[in-house]
Design a protein around this ligand. Structure first.
Ligand code: ARG
Length: 575
């Protein structure tokens, strides 16, 4: 907000557009240097003057009753007059739509997220995709886009032939019902072990998948059963993570849509034979050929993604498509986008792979082949039980410890994921993630709960001082009220500015597809509040200062809860 104000004042003086100035503005590393700095280098050419001279001119023209402008070499340092602006800023923060942006112009953004594979464990990669995708979904909506989330389940492919073949030999319905993923995985592992010395298994598997693709009743029924039991287990995870999808459309949904794609490729002369398979060559793009039809006549992952993208464009009316999938699939998506472009689909330029790094839990990696996996449910359970221990120590009288422990434990993992730049590999330590200190989810949640208790205490105090209630309502209606005194100590001003700057953080997070911008922002707000809290009395401040400080505290609580919410982390009122 302050940056916007500065940009609009500087633009006419610099002969630039407001948006251009906005981009140039910097925030000085220390608040004492000013609130905002404008570098004048870029103007030297157009104004034919030295940057230092320009800085001096702009500074003197900018001077007004709301700000002080000081030239500092080639920079103009701007310091807002706090007493003039604080009350106004605080009031804007309390407006209902504060923080919502319209920069998306309601464009439809289809977000491909989560997308685990049926009959296989929900991997850490799927966790990251789910958590990052769900955060982007909320961020885009908040920035004025219309986000649409799709769970692109891996529910098709030759592995279902293996799954059925293994089930036919060693399957056990009760075990599958009770523990679908673990049982499916055991079947899968056993299949691979035994196939090493029993080649007939592979033959059976291929036969089953062929049958499945041809719509054989028994094959279809078994497939549907695997999908159903796996989904039940995935849904439990989604519930814990508090994630919903607008659409769950697995790869199988595109079975009857691939023929048209293959025909289109052929008609456009893009298909070539290679070793009995059909491919699209991508030499010009410097990529290996994209496989479309395998030697045995079956379609493959890229074929399904081509049909999927076309469907999202034509039927779902996507203006933009995001694919939140691990970095190891980079080539796959580049190939798919390149083939779309070769087909003449210009909109392929609006398709973007949103990759992310690997995550390990305490150094343990995931490998589904070998069956050595860390199950996500177990990781969540462990985080929750650690959270429970801390909570019982800190606050043994909490009425709903289990509920809070779930919010803190699961939140710690979600926040731990999202507070890293998404491209970074993460070596996750549960102990660190669940800690109430450091840059963690529980730290932010705890700050929120503490603020809530400050506000509750203020209410208690107010009850003993009847007229405060009046003051508290006054702040909402006329925060310029003369009865009210506005404090603008360094920590107060720093907190207020940070809250007011929220829209810029939101905008940056969306531009970069980077939820970590908001996670870091939430940490900054919690830290800024703690500094303010240590510097100022709040609930028992002198009456005329109390209203302002309480309102600031209230706005901080809202912003923290809102930021956590955007990330998919719950904010318990007490913990
Ligand atoms: N199921 C795939 C996997 O686990 C991820 C799918 C990603 N989305 C897509 N449209 N290809 O590797």
């Amino acid at each position: 907000m302050l940056k916007k104000q500065a940009a609009s004042l500087i633009a006419p003086l610099a002969g630039l557009k407001e948006a251009e100035v906005f981009k140039l503005l910097e925030v000085p590393p220390q608040q004492e240097m000013g609130d905002i700095a404008f570098p004048c280098f870029v103007l030297a050419k157009s104004l034919k003057k030295a940057p230092v001279a320009i800085a001096t001119e702009i500074a003197s023209a900018l001077q007004s009753d709301i700000l002080e402008a000081v030239p500092a070499g080639p920079y103009v340092n701007i310091r807002f007059r706090r007493e003039k602006l604080a009350a106004e800023l605080l009031q804007e923060l309390g407006q209902p739509g504060f923080g919502k942006l319209e920069e998306g112009n309601a464009a439809r953004v289809v977000i491909d997220m989560s997308s685990p594979n049926i009959a296989k464990p929900f991997g850490v990669g799927h966790l990251r995709s789910t958590v990052i995708g769900a955060a982007l979904y909320r961020l885009y909506n908040e920035a004025g886009y219309t986000a649409v989330s799709v769970n692109h389940l891996g529910d098709w492919g030759t592995q279902f032939g293996k799954q059925i073949a293994a089930y036919k030999r060693w399957g056990n319905d009760a075990a599958l019902q009770a523990e679908p993923i673990r049982t499916s995985l055991e079947l899968y592992v056993r299949f691979h072990d035994e196939a090493e010395h029993d080649p007939s298994l592979e033959v059976e598997a291929r036969e089953w998948f062929r049958k499945l693709e041809q719509g054989d009743e028994e094959a279809k029924q078994l497939w549907a059963f695997f999908v159903e039991v796996s989904m039940k287990e995935f849904d439990r995870m989604y519930e814990r993570l508090n994630v919903q999808f607008d659409h769950t459309l697995g790869e199988s949904f595109y079975n009857d849509k691939m023929g048209a794609v293959v025909d289109e490729l052929r008609a456009k002369g893009l298909l070539e034979e290679s070793d009995g398979a059909l491919v699209v060559r991508l030499e010009e793009e410097n990529m290996p050929p994209c496989l479309i039809i395998k030697k045995d006549g079956t379609t493959i992952y890229p074929t399904r993604d081509l049909a999927t993208a076309i469907y999202r464009h034509d039927v779902m009316k996507a203006d933009k498509m995001l694919y939140v999938v691990g970095g190891e699939q980079k080539l796959h998506f580049n190939q798919v986008f390149a083939v779309l472009s070769r087909m003449g689909h210009d909109w392929s330029a609006n398709c973007e792979h949103i990759p992310f790094g690997l995550m390990r839990f305490e150094g343990r990696k995931m490998s589904t082949r070998r069956g050595k996996v860390v199950f996500l449910q177990e990781v969540l359970d462990e985080a929750v039980s650690r959270a429970m221990q801390i909570i019982q120590e800190k606050n043994p009288n909490l009425p709903n410890p289990q509920e809070v422990a779930e919010a803190v434990g699961v939140g710690a993992i979600v926040f731990g994921d999202l507070s890293n730049n998404r491209l970074n590999d993460i070596d996750f330590s549960l102990e660190d993630a669940v800690s109430f200190e450091g840059e963690t989810g529980p730290y932010v949640q705890y700050a929120y709960a503490r603020i809530k208790s400050v506000l509750a205490k203020a209410r208690e105090v107010a009850e003993t001082e009847k007229d405060l209630e009046e003051k508290l309502t006054a702040i909402d209606h006329e925060s310029n009220s003369t009865k009210q005194k506005v404090t603008t100590s360094e920590p107060t001003w720093a907190l207020l500015k940070l809250l007011a700057n929220y829209p810029e953080f939101l905008s940056k997070a969306v531009q970069r597809n980077e939820p970590s911008v908001i996670a870091k922002y939430a940490i900054d707000v919690a830290q800024a509040f703690n500094r303010f809290y240590h510097a100022e009395r709040i609930a028992d401040a002198p009456l005329e200062e109390r209203a302002f400080r309480l309102a600031l505290t209230e706005r901080t609580a809202e912003r923290l809860a809102h930021s956590l919410n955007l990330l998919g982390v719950k904010a318990p009122e007490r913990m």
